[in-house]
Design a protein around this ligand. Structure first.
Ligand SMILES: [Zn+2]
Length: 311
């Protein structure tokens, strides 16, 4: 009898907290219920002060999690945050009383449950999300002894790292992302590698390649601010001639191996605007465009951004 009552209460309170739990997954739901049972204090929080929605409904490795947070309290001045383990991601305003944090997932991670701790307006809410596994293609590269390929210069490493770390509060992009080149997609996101038979633990293809002809247009996939322009002549030995676009709110795009650059740092570009041309500068075996899309510093799969609007 006691057990029965307890079960009923848990269910009622689970609904009252207002978690729109989109990962309709028995295992994840059980974990969430378990957490509630283990931390009864959570149940004493004011109802519906903090509402959380996570999309996509069934994410897999490489996907970007969008965590939309609605706050009831309009007097709040500080944005909510989303923490996973030791990492904390900022949420940015996307509408009145509505905020959104973007969480990257990558091929370097393991599939399974992520526990998101959402904090805002003095409230805290735990949400569990199940990340599905995904098989990424594998390449086997054989390099002659002593030939490790080109090494990046300190200058390009520092400039690129600073660019990818941008978390500009302004949101420049709107709607679906567009393909940045009309060429065939030649290498997909997330490809893993063996070098001379040894698996490269830290390597995955951090973007997608288009086999566009040398000189063919490279266009901005979404609006943004040109935050980085680098050239071989300045020391961009591996990236080659490169453009970095800041789309805002932790989303950045990098375009590598360009033969020509049509923009300068500080330019505001629109979706579809010409930014450069396909080339083979830097560490490249032939003309192609490498486009990397980054979310809070991590390379995620850009393809879903073509099909579904990330608000
Ligand atoms: Zn590439």
């Amino acid at each position: 009898m006691t057990t029965k009552n307890h079960t009923v209460n848990s269910q009622n309170q689970f609904q009252c907290l207002g978690v729109k739990f989109l990962t309709a997954n028995r295992r994840a739901t059980n974990v969430l219920m378990g957490m509630f049972a283990a931390v009864p204090l959570t149940l004493a929080l004011p109802v519906e002060a903090l509402q959380v929605q996570v999309t996509p409904a069934s994410p897999r490795l490489g996907d970007t999690l969008s965590v939309v947070i609605n706050l009831d309290n309009p007097e709040s001045n500080s944005n909510p945050t989303v923490a996973i383990g030791a990492k904390t991601y900022p949420a940015f305003a996307i509408a009145p009383n509505q905020y959104r944090a973007l969480i990257p997932t990558t091929p370097l991670e393991k599939a399974g449950i992520r526990k998101l701790k959402v904090a805002g307006d003095g409230q805290e809410q735990n949400v569990s999300v199940q990340i599905r596994d995904r098989t990424f293609p594998v390449q086997r590269i054989n390099l002659p002894p002593g030939k490790a390929g080109l090494e990046a210069t300190v200058l390009e490493l520092n400039r690129v790292a600073a660019f990818k770390a941008l978390q500009t509060p302004q949101k420049y992009w709107n709607g679906l992302f567009l393909k940045p080149n009309k060429g065939r997609l030649s290498t997909t996101y997330g490809v893993r590698r063996y070098y001379n038979g040894k698996f490269a633990n830290d390597y995955y293809h951090r973007g997608i390649d288009y086999a566009g002809a040398a000189g063919s247009p490279v266009t901005a996939p979404a609006a943004g601010r040109v935050a980085m322009v680098g050239r071989v002549s300045q020391g961009f030995r591996v990236h080659g001639n490169v453009v970095g676009i800041d789309h805002g709110q932790g989303v950045t795009s990098i375009f590598m191996h360009l033969s020509r650059i049509n923009v300068k740092e500080g330019d505001l570009v629109k979706a579809g605007q010409l930014i450069g041309a396909v080339g083979s500068t830097g560490a490249s075996t032939g003309p192609h465009l490498h486009w990397g899309l980054y979310v809070n510093g991590q390379s995620i799969d850009p393809i879903p951004w073509f099909a579904k609007v990330v608000n």
